[in-house]
Structures are given as structure tokens and as C-alpha cells.
Write a protein that binds this ligand. Structure first.
Ligand code: PMP
Length: 342
């Protein structure tokens, strides 16, 4: 059996700022629509394998044609599909270091070599990518929050025209460099998107792979049958038709991200600018800081043995709680350990 690193995420505790979820459930109008959709479902029947209504709703939302869209059980599932189709023992996966850990998981299942270049080093990525079975990068990057501009992505696509490149735009709603509008121009461009982040639907498990119609016609027959359940199809369709209800939440997250960035910088914490719904801190004392926050009831993403933490941007009151905890920790003598290299 292949050696696979397990994906683990804490799901309960105090203030959960570790998984880049939305802090709020759907607005009441959307919940009411979902209740109605539930009443109409035939649970005894298999779901629509072609996801016709859902693909049409996503195409309408994203400015694409239904022929460009394939839904999956979270973007995780469509990333897994692309990685299993394009990598293998002689077809490496090329990605950033660091990046979303599930890329490695799926490549390991294929026994594919995994080649990593430092996140943001586009020249190294171009070089390594030329020999890849598949290049996958998240943009904005998880966990650093780094955003590559559209011209930078175009240059990557141009440098390796025969290599499929997946740009994982799970967090792009919090930024403005999406390549969704250029799919037909770039034959090697594939994009994954999710409803788990900006549309606050992590529990629904719904994500999309999009590319040119030609590429999608080749990939569609390879998907698992009935990969998106009937409830998720109905709920996702309803949600996408009212996606503008999330616009203000997204704007608030972006404002709060900026407020936190400024406050954390004032606290002399080693924080980096981010285009996502989280902030990344890297430097001496960060692992200890993660532990202290946990003791204060605030759960952030930590990596064992690494001085880095990732903090999801929460609601304003949650961010106030976080800031107070950080002030307490830094004032209580944590300063030497916390910002030793800032
Ligand atoms: N891509 C990135 C970069 C992520 O951070 C995540 C979730 N944390 C995913 C994809 C998967 O999201 P989902 O399966 O919920 O769509």
C-alpha cells in the first residue's frame, strides 16, 4: 500500500479559525429556499448523473457555458480526478511549496513523483513544469495567501503549452485575478473553484472543474457516476441563483483581513499580505503562539515542528477576540518568543 499522509482538521473547540470556513450559516432567505428544495426531492432515485440544472446554474454564475463545467463532491474531488488522470510514476506532479496538502495525497495514490518549487518562484515553476504530467497551484495560495497576477499566470501557461495547468481558485472570490474569463484562450488551462469558502457552503461539498468545452468533453466520461448527491445538486443550484447574497459578506471579509493585517503588523507579528480569507504568519515563536491561542480558546491552523500559523479571518467580533488574545499573549512576556525575528 502507498504511504499517504492523512488529512486532519480540527472540527470542534472554541473559536474555530483553522479551516478557512465562513463563520456564518446561510442567510434565512437561502435556508428557506433549501427547505423547499428538500421537499421536492425524490430520495429513492439516483441523482441526475449529468448535473444538468447545477451545471447550468454554475455556468450562469461564472459566465461560462454548461459544456465547460463539471461538478464534484467538493473541489477536492475534481482536483483528485485531474491528478489521477494526468500524473503517474513517470508523470510528476509539480506544485508550490507550500501548497494545499491534498495535491500530494492524490499524487501519492498515483505513485507520482511530487516536485515542489518555492511558492511564488514562477521561473522555477516554468522550468520544473516542462517535464510535468500536471502542474497544480492554488491562487491565492493556501497557506501563504500569495496571489499571482493574471499576467504571471498567462506567462506560466505560455511557457508550458503542452502541460495541463490547474489553477485552484478556491479563494479567488476574496481577490481579483481570476482566469475564468480566459478559458477558451488557453488550451492547457483548467480551473477549480469551490462553494466551501466565499459562499459559505463547506458542509454541502460542492466544487467545480472548468476548462474549454473541448477539454471538458474529454474529461467528462472519466468522472465517477453520481458523484454529486441529489440534495447537494438541488441546494447548490438554488444557492448559485442567489449568490449575490454573499457579496457583502465577501466585502466584509476583505475589510477585516486588512484590519487584521494592520493590527498584527502593529503587534510586530511576522504576518504577510494575503488575497484569501486567512492570514499567514511565519517566523520564530509562531508554533508557540499557536499553542497559546489554543489555550485561550482560539483554534488556528498549525503545523507540527514548523514556526508558522494560518488564521482564518472571522466576523468582526471574532477578530476583536483574536486581537485581544494576541495583545494579551504578547504583553504577557510572549514577545521575545513570539516576534524574535520580526
Ligand atoms: N483548494 C484549496 C486551496 C483549499 O484550501 C481547499 C480546502 N481547504 C480545497 C481546495 C478543497 O475545498 P473543497 O473540497 O471544500 O471544495
Amino acid at each position: 500500500m502507498a504511504e499517504i499522509e492523512r488529512y486532519e482538521a480540527r472540527q470542534s473547540g472554541g473559536l474555530m479559525l483553522n479551516a478557512n470556513e465562513s463563520s456564518e450559516n446561510f442567510p434565512p432567505e437561502i435556508l428557506n429556499g433549501l427547505h423547499r428544495a428538500l421537499d421536492e426531492l425524490a430520495f429513492n432515485r439516483y441523482p441526475d448523473d449529468s448535473c444538468e440544472a447545477l451545471h447550468a446554474a454554475y455556468a450562469g454564475y461564472a459566465g461560462l457555458t454548461p459544456g465547460q463545467v463539471l461538478a464534484g463532491n467538493g473541489s477536492d474531488a475534481v482536483l483528485g480526478l485531474m491528478i489521477s488522470l494526468c500524473t503517474g510514476s513517470d508523470k510528476p506532479l509539480v506544485t508550490w511549496d507550500p501548497d494545499f496538502s491534498m495535491y500530494d495525497y492524490y499524487a501519492s495514490l498515483q505513485k507520482a513523483p511530487i516536485v515542489k518549487v518555492p511558492a511564488g518562484d514562477t521561473e522555477a515553476l516554468k522550468e520544473a513544469g516542462k517535464n510535468a504530467g500536471l502542474v497544480v497551484i492554488s491562487n491565492p495560495n493556501n497557506p501563504t495567501g500569495l496571489v499571482l497576477s493574471r499576467p504571471e499566470i498567462r506567462a506560466l501557461l505560455q511557457a508550458m503549452p503542452h502541460v495541463p495547468v490547474v489553477v485552484d481558485e478556491a479563494y479567488m472570490d476574496f481577490s481579483d485575478q481570476s482566469m475564468l474569463g480566459e478559458l477558451e484562450q488557453w488550451p492547457n488551462l483548467y480551473i477549480t473553484r469551490t462553494l466551501s469558502k466565499a459562499l459559505g457552503a463547506a458542509g454541502l461539498r460542492l466544487g467545480f472543474l472548468v476548462s474549454s468545452e473541448e477539454n471538458m468533453a474529454r474529461i467528462r466520461p472519466c468522472k465517477v457516476p453520481f458523484g454529486v448527491n441529489a440534495f447537494t445538486q438541488a441546494a447548490g443550484t438554488a444557492l448559485l441563483q442567489q449568490a449575490d447574497q454573499f457579496d457583502e459578506r465577501i466585502r466584509q471579509t476583505v475589510r477585516e483581513r486588512q484590519r487584521l493585517l494592520v493590527s498584527l503588523t502593529e503587534l510586530q507579528l511576522p504576518v504577510q499580505p494575503s488575497g484569501a480569507n486567512f492570514l499567514f504568519l511565519q517566523g520564530a515563536g509562531m508554533e508557540a503562539l499557536g499553542q497559546k491561542l489554543e489555550e485561550a480558546g482560539i483554534i488556528v491552523r498549525t503545523w507540527k515542528g514548523k514556526d508558522q500559523i494560518r488564521i482564518t479571518v472571522g466576523l468582526p467580533a471574532e477578530n476583536d477576540w483574536l486581537l485581544q488574545a494576541l495583545r494579551d499573549v504578547t504583553a504577557a512576556g510572549g514577545k521575545e518568543t513570539v516576534n524574535a525575528d520580526s
